[in-house]
Design a protein. Structure first.
Length: 225
């Protein structure tokens, strides 16, 4: 059984994430980002990073220059925003249409539904991540559509994979150990607890993708932001 304190904590952190996203979005409405895609990246980041995203936005999001460590963090949140949107869409799609998990191997390749959902998570996270990267790299390098998509794939494939690995790792721990083993309760998509765990999982994704984004920026595959 899920304890009351965890349920209430989950609601509080989800509400805080939405409030922080709204704060950033309102400020961006009056002071748009120079790079248009970042007007989406910052509020999406706030959905899981909440007050840390607000601090990062007002400390560095409105500046032209930043230390390399901060540029790497911005590249990680940029990659993560696409993954986050993709993961949200995938989780609700699998919840609303369970047949999608059957098509992706549940019951045949995978004994547990969560693994089939993760396949869908990766597919949509990858697609959204590439879209986000395209609208960064194509305008900065003045690329056509085809070349822009190819460069986006080159720039974000490894970082998206690193992000998703961190997300999967924590969600596996939350699902199999915290909820099923310790609490004896399922971790369902339509619960506040699930999305609170996803907030933490996205933070884990940030940390697992950070070294990869550092390297990609150093070798010039990704653009500094």
């Amino acid at each position: 059984m899920v304890p009351t304190w965890l349920h209430q904590l989950s609601i509080a952190f989800i509400a805080l994430g939405f409030a922080c996203a709204a704060i950033i979005a309102i400020h961006e409405f009056h002071h748009p980002q120079k790079m248009a895609i970042m007007n989406i990246v910052w509020p999406v980041t706030a959905l899981y990073a909440s007050v840390f995203a607000v601090w990062g936005y007002f400390a560095y999001g409105t500046r032209e220059e930043a230390p390399f460590a901060v540029m790497t963090a911005k590249a990680s949140t940029h990659c993560g925003a696409g993954c986050t949107v993709g993961d949200i869409c995938a989780e609700w799609l699998a919840f609303a249409f369970p047949v999608t998990t059957l098509a992706l191997g549940y019951g045949t390749l995978f004994p547990d539904r969560i693994f089939a959902v993760w396949v869908l998570d990766f597919i949509l996270a990858f697609l959204f991540g590439i879209v986000f990267q395209y609208f960064t790299i194509a305008p900065m390098r003045n690329l056509g559509v085809g070349e822009g998509i190819w460069q986006a794939v080159k720039a974000d494939t490894l970082s998206i994979t690193a992000w998703q690995a961190g997300m999967y790792g924590f969600m596996a721990f939350a699902n199999f150990y915290i909820f099923r083993h310790l609490l004896g309760a399922p971790l369902e998509t339509d619960s506040f607890e699930f999305w609170f765990m996803m907030q933490i999982a996205m933070i884990c994704g940030f940390f697992t993708s950070y070294p990869m984004n550092w390297w990609l920026l150093r070798i010039g595959v990704k653009e500094k932001m």
